[in-house]
Design a protein around this ligand. Sequence first.
Ligand SMILES: Cc1cc2nc3c(=O)[nH]c(=O)nc-3n(C[C@H](O)[C@H](O)[C@H](O)COP(=O)(O)O)c2cc1C
Length: 344
Amino acid sequence: MILDGRSAPIVLILTSIAWREAWKYRDRAYRYCLHDIGHAWQALALAARAMGCEVSATGIFPDDEVTQNCRLAEDEWPMLICEMRGATIPLREPDATETVWNGGQANRLSEETIVYPSIDGIHNATKLSKLDTSAAATQGAQADSGEVRLPPASAQRTFGETARMRRSALNFVGGAQSMSLPQLAAILAAASQPFYADFAGARFIQLYLYAHRVDGLPPGVYRHWPESAKLELLRIGDQRVAAAGLSLGQDLAGNACLAFSMIGNLELATQIHGNRGYRYVHFEAGAIGHRLYLAAEALGLAGTGIGAFYDDDVHRYLSLTPEQGQVVYHFAIGYPVPDLRVNA
Ligand SMILES: Cc1cc2nc3c(=O)[nH]c(=O)nc-3n(C[C@H](O)[C@H](O)[C@H](O)COP(=O)(O)O)c2cc1C
């Protein structure tokens, strides 16, 4: 097997090619890469769960060695290793002597490569060597096991329907239609379920909510405390203009029933994992985002991940001290406007 003699019937290496995001998002692209990995991880883990399999993720690995073993090109970076186990995977026993490489040819997006030194810089600063990974193992970065469930009985749709139907809302129907408090509770419960990964012993993301239209919840800003399943009111009043403004002026964050700022405790992450913790905070945000997508969809709503926001303004608006963390991702949930590209 690719890493340290571990074996699982299927091992998937999730990789990023940063310049494929950088043409659009420039320096900020590295964050999008990490979020995307978090989304892909959860898409995989939840689909595997629906098939009766388990996915465990490994973020603590020596980058260069995995790159070499997987024969990745220089610009393709391994980010997360997902091992899938389960009785229902119909596989023949691999022949130890047989290695089959199915190479592909990526389509060419541009004639020239624009270098973003800060992307290379942050990637290199968050790399691990073989030495680092053995140190991390002895520090006891814990695997957190646990059930990952989609929202309970109130969901009308099966997992398969939900996953196939999920789309990002282009915008939300503003106006009177609201979501219910049980729907919100189910969505938050889905987001709070444990993750199964070697870096998931501690959670780094706390959810802040801009509640616009949730029955029984006065409009305002709330902080979510998952252990007690409670919402703490931080600011009362209509947040639609603020949520849209903070989300780079994107109307969808105000037209939704609900928007989120995901606040990442980067300090805790780096205390536990060193620089590598930066990646894990963003993986967790993406993974939560994916659960929000699926939970919203299962309940007849829709979601949209929002990577574009004004970082410092969010910190000021939420009165965050540096110890409380930094904003790493936004998300909105509500009733989607029809998307003629997919519903025509
Ligand atoms: C990390 C991330 C950031 C995103 N940021 C935005 C955003 O700022 N504004 C927006 O309208 N959509 C945003 N999206 C939604 C994407 O545009 C959408 O996921 C993409 O077009 C693919 O569509 P799909 O989700 O329906 O498959 C984001 C999605 C992700 C995963």
